[in-house]
Write a protein that binds this ligand. Structure first.
Ligand SMILES: Nc1nc(=O)c2c([nH]1)NC[C@@H]1CN(c3ccc(C(=O)N[C@@H](CCC(=O)O)C(=O)O)cc3)C=[N+]21
Length: 280
C-alpha cells in the first residue's frame, strides 16, 4: 500500500485560503480581525512561537497585538491584563502562551479569558463545551489534528485511537474530539502501565507527550495513522519519524506536520470570532 506523508503546510494553506475572502468582507465593514498574544517571561522557544503567530496574522492582513510581561508578574496582574483585552472591542482573540512561570496560576489565568475571545480553546468552559460537541473554539492543536484527518479523508469511526498525553490543551481535548467522531479512545499518560503494548493496539496514534522521539517504530501497528503533536527543542517531534514510517500507513512529519495547521486554525478561530462580534 502507498504511504501517506501528511503535509501540514498543504492543510494549513487550504485553511488560510478560505480566510482571505472573509477577511476582505470584514474589512468592508471596518473590522480587522485581531489576535492578542500574551507572553510571560522570555522563554526563547515560546518567543519564537508567539512571533510566528503574529507574523501569520500579518501575512493574511489581520491585526496582532503582542503583550510581553515580565516573568515575576503576579497572577492578579496577569488577569488584569487579560481583562483589559476582554473589554477591548478591537481585540477578537486572546492567546496566553503556555507554559507560564510556575508561581502563576495558569488555570486561573486561562479562565479569565472571555469565552467569546477564547480562540485558543483553553478555558474550562471552552473545554467542556467542546467535549460535549458544542460549537465553540476547540484548542488549536487538537483541532489541527482533526483538520488533517478530515483533509486527507481519514476516517476514525469505530477505530481504536490511542492518545499519548492528557494535558488540558492537547491530550484531553483531542481524546474527546476523537470520541465525538466515534473512535474508541484510550488515553495514555506517564502512569500508564505497559504503554507500548497499548500503543501497539492503535489504529490511530496521537503523540502529545513532549519527549523527543518517544514513540518507536515497533510500537506502531501496521497500517496505523500516526499524528505527532510534539514540539521539542530543535524542531523534534514525539515520534521517531523514520522508524514509525515503516509500519504506518499515514504519518505527520515534524516540522511541517501538525505545527503549521495549529497556527492556521488559530487564525481561522480569530476570523470566526471577528465575524461573531458583528452579530452581538
Ligand atoms: N496557549 C498556547 N497555545 C498553543 O497553541 C501553544 C502554546 N500555548 N504553547 C506552545 C505550543 C507550541 N505550539 C506550536 C505551534 C506551531 C508550531 C509550528 O508551526 N512549528 C513549525 C516549525 C517551527 C519553526 O520553524 O521554528 C512546524 O512544525 O513546521 C510549533 C509549535 C503552539 N503551542
Amino acid at each position: 500500500m502507498e504511504k501517506l506523508i501528511l503535509d501540514g503546510n498543504r492543510v494549513a494553506d487550504s485553511i488560510k485560503g478560505n480566510l482571505i475572502d472573509r477577511i476582505t468582507e470584514l474589512s468592508k465593514k471596518g473590522i480587522v480581525p485581531c489576535l492578542a498574544t500574551i507572553l510571560v517571561g522570555d522563554n526563547p522557544s515560546s518567543k519564537t512561537y508567539v512571533r510566528m503567530k503574529g507574523n501569520a496574522c500579518k501575512r493574511l492582513g489581520m491585526q496582532s497585538i503582542r503583550i510581553d510581561l515580565p516573568a515575576d508578574i503576579t497572577t492578579d496582574e496577569l488577569i488584569s491584563q487579560i481583562n483589559k483585552l476582554n473589554h477591548d472591542p478591537d481585540v477578537h482573540g486572546i492567546l496566553l502562551q503556555h507554559p507560564v512561570p510556575h508561581h502563576i496560576d495558569e488555570r486561573a489565568a486561562f479562565d479569565a479569558i472571555s469565552i467569546e475571545k477564547d480562540v485558543d480553546g483553553v478555558t474550562t468552559l471552552g473545554y467542556a463545551l467542546n467535549a460535549f460537541g458544542a460549537a465553540t473554539f476547540p484548542s488549536c492543536t487538537p483541532a489541527a489534528i482533526m483538520a488533517i484527518l478530515e483533509y486527507y479523508n481519514l476516517q476514525v469511526e469505530g477505530k481504536h485511537a490511542v492518545v499519548i498525553g492528557r494535558s488540558p490543551i492537547l491530550g484531553k481535548p483531542v481524546s474527546a474530539m476523537l470520541l465525538n467522531k466515534n473512535a474508541t479512545v484510550t488515553t495514555c499518560h506517564s502512569r500508564t502501565i505497559n504503554l507500548e503494548d497499548i500503543v501497539r493496539l492503535g489504529d490511530v496514534v496521537v503523540a502529545a507527550v513532549g519527549k523527543p522521539n518517544f514513540v518507536r517504530g515497533d510500537w506502531i501497528k501496521p497500517g496505523a495513522i500516526v499524528l505527532d503533536a510534539g514540539y521539542n527543542e530543535g524542531n523534534v517531534g514525539d515520534v521517531d519519524f523514520n522508524e514509525c514510517l515503516e509500519n504506518a500507513y499515514a504519518i505527520t512529519p515534524v516540522p511541517a506536520g501538525v505545527g503549521p495547521v495549529t497556527i492556521a486554525t488559530l487564525l481561522k478561530h480569530t476570523v470566526d470570532a471577528a465575524e461573531k462580534s458583528l452579530l452581538r
